[in-house]
Design a protein around this ligand. Sequence first.
Ligand SMILES: [Zn+2]
Length: 528
Amino acid sequence: MNTIHKIKVAELGSGGGGFGGGGGRGASRVMDLVYNLTDRYGPRLTNSPQFRAAGEWAVGRLKEWGLSNVQLEKWSSDMPGWQYTYFAGSMVEPVYQPLIGVPVAWTGGTNGAVTGEAVLAEIQTPADMDRFHGKLKGKIVLTSPAFDLAFPTTALARRYTAAELAELVPEIIPAGGGRGGRGGRGGAGQPQTTMQERQAFQGRLRTFMKDEGVLLTLTATARGESGTLFGGGAPTSTRNPNGASTRVPLETLTSSQSQVSLTAEHYNRIARLLEHNVPVKLQFDIRTQFDPNTDSFNVIAEIPGNAKKDEVVMVGGHFDSWHYATGATDNAAGSAVSMEVMRILKSLNLKMDRTVRMALWSGEEQGLYGSRAYVKEHFADPTVMKPTAEHDRLSGYFNIDNGTGRIRGVYLQGNELMRPVFEAWFAALKDMTEGVVTIRNTTGTDHLSFDAVGLPGFQFIQDPMDYDTRTHHSNMDTYERIQQADLEQMAVIEAAFVYDAATRPDKLPRKELPAPQPPGSRGGLGGN
Ligand SMILES: [Zn+2]
């Protein structure tokens, strides 16, 4: 309790204020970290120039704090660097209207300003390709009809109610899939196909658009309304059904059609005009740049342990973001909290038996690639499941990647042996959180890479806030969305958990080692 009090003072400051108020009287540095990760160095699309600059900044800051073994640990990805350096888009006929849009990652530019006629061409099957063959040359293609936008009648952001949290507790068997019961992701009308099938079709579609001489394609989703838009990236590799992946050649990416994600109302106006047979002309000027260097990195820093310094407790979250905004809630929040945890523990000069290691991952958004590469290199290859000596010495991993909402509890990830451990740790933090412990699994982020090889990897229950409605992979995932008091609460709780794990007599209890998993069986590992 004395150490936890010290951690609180180190983060929240003394003399009142601090927690709950976020009034700036505390000693926290977490918002300065968020500023640097977003406004100054964001966005952090994996392997982009900004991502690399942000990595160098993080290394400098971690060294400044006196942390050990600070490094950008390399892993080999199949993603070239990409950024867009200019975007302008507008409707020019029948009337002028500027368009809210952002180019999709790893798509090509327009090679100067281009003007073209817009056409509706819903292409979801090879038969659709035949139907539109020869009709799309020089056109700007809308890939779906106008979206129905539900009238918003609920608050944009919310916290979990006491009743919602209580519902998580009595669950006995972890429900598969889902992200802690928070649905509503993804575009409307996605066909029910596997990731491999979708990837294969997307690859064919890209070739088709290029062969047909399409000028540019436009997309939107019903979720991306009121000036907000959501998007992802063109795949940089394709995976065949047995799991083997092939890199998309750089020339193919560089010369691919421009693709732009638009906010739904602007997309819909164009679509409705076309549905009424009113010709629409659009103008775009898009500049994108590629860098052939596909080497990526995870950011690593340590506080060496004492009596059991060969044993390791890990903390982290993903460092990369999408490029639509500055990646504030996804996941500057988790990166800043992880860094703040290291800063607090180091500044207090606590004697911890085990080594504490922070890892900030890259390639998470494209499929947890950075953490999977790290786990394979250090602990075990899940397709073979032959654990290394390091596997035996890792106590556990704590991850944050669900936005800005404060910690309300933790998912056991099916590890019932951890229930009394977490309950005891939360009991010492009752003034800061309910500390709900649920057997439920939560998916979609980097703790899964550890869980996949039988290592204790955990993600917290966080308030949903406006993650699903406004920020997650959107052009409005900005500094403003970060709630300071929530990040400070997370930093205190996670620092206490890491301290507890690094000083308790035993390593954290584990589930049984899973059987080897064939390489094609990773459908659920898409990034968040
Ligand atoms: Zn994320």
